[in-house]
Ligand binder design. Structure first.
Ligand code: G1P
Length: 291
């Protein structure tokens, strides 16, 4: 696995409006699939891919994310007293070693690209991973690990790709492919556009929330004017960098759930519960009357 990618940025500043009213007070990244919040799946994916340091770009109202990764003495004492060693270990494993996680606030809600720009000082001059926790991927090899394995800095920027129905292109960044190279999962692009109308989309190859980014992205982002939705879009910076650095998308093996939407979250709950043998039989019994 490439040791070039050691750091991951998790943008968690978004308002989660597609999941109101619960996101009025609970960050969407803290919504659970089974008993774990989405943010933990993202962190586990990063760590299992060999990522050493994680930066959370958060915002006002997202303090519970920071608390989640903090030591919880009252909970630990209670678990110790009641002899629940397994749960105690699970709770302790959430807390990182000193200095491994950092938090920075996005002070203005200027969009996803602007959130990534907030990581500039922390990243410095190395390529890095970006994981959007509300895109949950069920796969044998974690999605970001598949990308780190394939990445070389000469590829420039690398977004993860999935094929979407043409009528849904206006929900994603969409690439304009040149060709798939020797490796059929790696697709070079000559352009990328944010949320194109299905009538004018360059393809149906959509970006899902995983990226390996070249450190020059920060210069490109700092030069970006607001794009779709009046926001600084990462997609526009990726497009601007193509002539000098290139863009190689990677089709990921696995199934992606859009957990920022109610239907995607419900699907993830069902799929993840059916994957756990003990839980699956109970869930099947409980929902049987509705099938
Ligand atoms: C963002 C990106 C978009 C990408 C999507 C993946 O959009 O801007 O290019 O396809 O994440 O989930 P958002 O979902 O924040 O509107």
């Amino acid at each position: 696995m490439s040791k070039q990618v050691r750091k991951a940025v998790l943008p968690v500043a978004g308002l989660g409006t597609r999941f109101l009213p619960v996101t009025k007070t609970i960050p969407k990244e803290m919504l659970p699939v089974l008993s774990k919040p989405l943010i933990q799946y993202a962190v586990e994916e990063a760590l299992s891919a060999g990522i050493e340091e994680i930066l959370f770009v958060h915002a006002r109202g997202k303090e519970s994310i920071e608390d989640y990764f903090d030591y919880a003495p009252d909970v630990e004492i209670r678990l110790q007293e009641s002899g629940k060693k397994d749960v105690l270990e699970e709770i302790r494993a959430i807390v990182p070693e000193a200095g491994k996680y950092a938090f920075v606030r996005q002070l203005n809600p200027k969009g996803f690209g602007h959130a990534v720009l907030c990581a500039r000082a922390w990243i410095g001059c190395e390529p890095f991973a970006v994981i959007l926790p509300d895109d949950l991927v069920m796969s044998d090899t974690p999605a970001i690990a598949q990308m780190i394995e394939a990445y070389d800095i000469s590829m420039g920027n690398m977004p993860a790709l999935l094929n979407v129905p043409k009528e849904e292109t206006n929900r994603y960044g969409i690439i304009n492919p040149v060709s798939s190279g020797d490796h059929h999962k790696l697709i070079k692009a000559k352009g990328i556009v944010e949320k194109p109308h299905p009538d004018s989309t360059p393809s149906s190859l959509a970006v899902l929330g995983r990226y390996i980014l070249h450190p020059e992205i920060f210069t490109a982002l700092s030069n970006q004017q607001p794009g779709v939705g009046g926001e600084i879009q990462l997609t526009d910076a990726l497009d601007a960098m193509i002539p000098a650095y290139g863009l190689t998308g990677m089709v990921i093996e696995g199934h992606r759930f859009d957990c920022g939407s109610v239907e995607g979250m419900v699907a993830a709950q069902v799929a993840f519960s059916l994957k756990e043998p003990k839980l699956a039989s109970k869930v099947k019994l409980l929902i049987n009357p509705w099938l």
